[in-house]
Design a protein around this ligand. Structure first.
Ligand code: SF4
Length: 435
């Protein structure tokens, strides 16, 4: 049984973990009781994820007592970050390995069967062994593709550069082969992933490497839609936006994490752009990409954030009118610069600001969604809807979820849907014609 926490890069790593486990004879179980291997692919970006994981592992004590062969493993960023401490702090854990050790999993499992073990936590410096036939996709028509690992930005609140290391781009030729293999397997939609996709190619001497990569994918037969995340506003050039606007496969979904609307806080966060530069980028996206859907990440209550800084964030949110936002309150990560800063805000202040921000953004999300009622969109049908199994759920090019009545046989195909209702982010409608 494999449980994934955290970002889409972790989801992509889980595609590989599943593939490797299947190759060596494992099948996925529905419940922990039936499992001989319980693996957690972890994230260390937020502290509460750590606490959740520790709780989950501790709750496995009875399974471990009942099944002497049960191996409990922890993979991913948290494993990389805590390594030996994790074996020490969690006696139920048999195996700890980092994101760069995934290919070693079969060997590590053999070692874990003979006693508790740690991965090598190597800095591979390459995407060794990633091939499209070795992954298990959650949906056979849609794949996540890691194009760049690590991050060299060192935003003052973020642990990722310390854990995942410097940026390493996957060579373009290798990506061409990989994505072509995916297309040959029936994948029509890909999501390109990286902590900072706009930095793609910088470490291998490519100028505007990310744009070149998108242009290369435009020519791969079989791929219809291309999404990407996460963009760093500092590294997204206006020239790149103009070139991307000409590519028909690139979906109109732009996740541009702003983090704060205050220049003072952006400076403290070491984000490398100002509020003004960010707004210029937003204007360029809206000017060149019709129907662009903008989303963002925002941290409330960063150390030193005054009420006036927070008001700048609210004002920016009103100005940009994001379709959606991931909103958090700041939680210090040990080992980062921000964790050492003076002027840490109280939990109450942080929670209060987050609640106020959510209220504003929810209103905007609903207003923006309601504008779509009566319009028609092409939708990739993904699955049965969670709430009502007679409904299907799919995504528009802009990344919005749409529920509509339809038959299971449509899953994986592209249909047109007229929007009839809107709740904050989710839309519902009716199919118009099949494509
Ligand atoms: S860009 Fe900043 S927030 Fe994103 S992973 Fe890198 S350091 Fe962390």
């Amino acid at each position: 049984m494999l449980t994934t926490f955290g970002c889409q890069m972790n989801q992509a790593d889980s595609q590989r973990l599943r593939g490797l486990l299947t190759k060596i004879g494992y099948t996925e179980t529905e419940s922990e009781e039936d499992a001989d291997l319980i693996l957690f692919n972890t994230c260390c970006v937020r502290q509460h994820a750590e606490q959740r994981l520790i709780g989950r592992i501790q709750s496995l004590i009875n399974h471990k007592r009942r099944n002497a062969n049960l191996i409990i493993g922890v993979a991913g960023c948290m494993a990389q970050n805590m390594q030996a401490e994790m074996l020490e702090a969690l006696p139920l854990v048999d195996l700890v390995f980092g994101p760069n050790d995934i290919e070693e999993l079969p060997l590590l499992l053999q070692r874990a069967a003979n006693g508790r073990t740690l991965g090598s936590f190597v800095d591979r410096g390459a995407f060794d062994g990633d091939s499209a036939d070795g992954i298990i996709l959650n949906r056979p028509f849609s794949a996540m593709v890691n194009i760049i690992r690590g991050c060299t930005n060192f935003c003052s609140y973020c642990i990722v550069p310390y854990v995942r290391g410097p940026e390493i781009s996957r060579p373009m030729a290798e990506l061409k082969t990989y994505i072509s293999e995916l297309a040959a397997r029936g994948v029509t939609e890909i999501t390109l992933l990286g902590q900072n996709v706009n930095a793609y190619g910088r470490d291998i001497g490519l100028e505007e490497g990310f744009t070149q990569l998108l242009e290369m994918i435009e020519d791969i037969d079989g791929i219809r839609w291309v999404r990407f995340m996460t963009s760093h506003p500092r590294d997204f050039s206006l020239a790149a936006i103009k070139r991307i606007a000409a590519l028909s496969k690139v979906c109109e979904q732009y996740h541009l994490p702003v983090q704060s609307g205050s220049n003072h806080i952006l400076e403290l966060m070491k984000r490398g752009y100002s509020r003004e530069k960010y707004l210029t980028l937003v204007d360029a996206v809206r000017e060149h990409i019709s129907e662009a859907c903008l989303s963002t990440d925002i941290i409330c209550g960063f150390p030193g954030e005054s009420e006036s800084d927070f008001a700048d964030t609210l004002e920016l949110v009103e100005k940009v009118r994001y379709e959606s936002a991931f909103m958090y309150y700041y939680s210090p990560r040990p080992g980062t610069k921000a964790a050492e800063m003076a002027d840490q805000l109280s939990e109450e202040e942080k929670k209060d600001r987050l609640a106020r921000l959510i209220e504003v953004q929810n209103r905007i999300s609903l207003e923006e969604s309601q504008k779509l009622i009566g319009r028609e969109y092409e939708v990739l049908v993904e699955a049965n809807a969670a709430r009502d199994q007679t409904d299907l759920v799919g995504k528009t090019r802009s990344g919005r979820s749409v529920n509509f009545p339809g038959d299971n046989s449509l899953i994986g195909s592209y249909v047109r849907v007229r929007i009839e209702q809107a709740r904050n982010w989710t839309l519902s409608g009716r199919m118009v014609t099949e494509k």
